[in-house]
Write a protein that binds this ligand. Sequence first.
Ligand SMILES: Cc1ncc(C[n+]2csc(CCOP(=O)(O)OP(=O)(O)O)c2C)c(N)n1
Ligand SMILES: [Mg+2]
Length: 321
Amino acid sequence: MEPSSSLLPKDLQRIYKSLRLIRRAEEEVARIYPSDKIKSPVHLSIGQESVAVGVCDVLGRNDAVSGTYRGHATYLAKGGSLKGMMAELFGKDTGCARGKGGSMHLIEANANVLGSSAVVGTTIPIAMGWALAAQKRKTGAVIAAFLGDGATEEGAFYESLNFASLHKLPILFVCENNGYAIHTPLSKRWATEHLCARVATYDIPTFRIEDGDVFAIRNVTAWAVDAARKGAGPAFMECRIYRWREHVGPGDDYHIGYRQKTELQPWIETDQVEKVGTMLDAADRTRIDKAVEKELAEAVAFAESSPFPKPRALLENVYAG
Ligand SMILES: Cc1ncc(C[n+]2csc(CCOP(=O)(O)OP(=O)(O)O)c2C)c(N)n1
Ligand SMILES: [Mg+2]
C-alpha cells in the first residue's frame, strides 16, 4: 500500500525513525546479550516492528497500549524511554521497572505504556479494564491491546472480546500473528485459520493485513481509533508478520527444523524498515540513522553506568502503599 496522501515528508521521517530505532535497539540487545550484561531473557521482535509503529503512530499521548513479553517495539513506539528499557534489561535501578522486571515487564506510566507480562494473554483483560475506565471517565482515550496468535487460544481473549463489544469499549485488539507459538505452527493449533471470522461473531469489525505493511496498519488504526473515540466500540486487526529470530534469545533457530529459512526470504524482501527508508531523501535518512545511533549509544552507556538496585529495593513496590 502507498502511504496515505495526507502523509507529509515529516510523517515519513517520524515513522522511519521509529522503525529504525526499534530495529537497531534490538540488534544492539542481540549484540550485547552474549556478554551476560543483560540479565533477563529477551524475546526480540526483529521483523515485526511495523505493527507497533503503524498502530502507535496514530495514538496520542493520552491513549494507551498494553503489550506482550515480546514488547520492546510496543514500549518504544508508544514513547517509552530507550534509556529506561536498556537499564531495565541490564537489571539496573534506573530501569523502567527499577531493574526488577526485565525485558518482559516494560512499563512507562507517563507514556501510557501499561506494561507487559510473561503470562500469555493476561494483559488483554487489563487493557479492557483501562478502556472501561476511559469510557466511564469520558476521557476520549483509546487503548491498543497487542497480543500474539498464541494468546488467541486463551479464554481471556474471548471473554474480553465479548465484554468489549457488549459495552462498546474504546479498544483496538491488535493480533501480531507471526504463525508460531514458540515452535508450534498455526496448522497444529487452530481448527481453522479464519481468526477474523471468529472475532466477527462478537459483532466487532475486523481487518487482516497480510504483509506487515506499515501504512495499511496505520490506516486501519486511524479508522478504528476514530470510530472508538466516537463511541462505536472495539475493532480487531490481525497483522500477519514474521519473527526473524528465535523465540527467545539473540540468535536464529532455522537449524532446529520446526520452520524453514525459505519462509523468511519474502519478509526480508518486503522489510518495512528498508521500504520506508528508501522513501526518504538520502540526506534525511542519513541524519536520522546518525541520530538513532547516538541515542542508542547513550542508552547503552546509561545502562552500563547505572547502579544495580540496593538489596532493600527487593521489598519496595511489592505491595501498594
Ligand atoms: C498462560 C501461559 N501459557 C503458556 C505459556 C508458555 N509460553 C510462553 S510464550 C508462548 C507462545 C505464545 O505465542 P504467541 O502468543 O503467538 O506470541 P509470540 O511468541 O509468537 O510473539 C507460550 C505458550 C505462558 N508463558 N503463559
Ligand atoms: Mg506467535
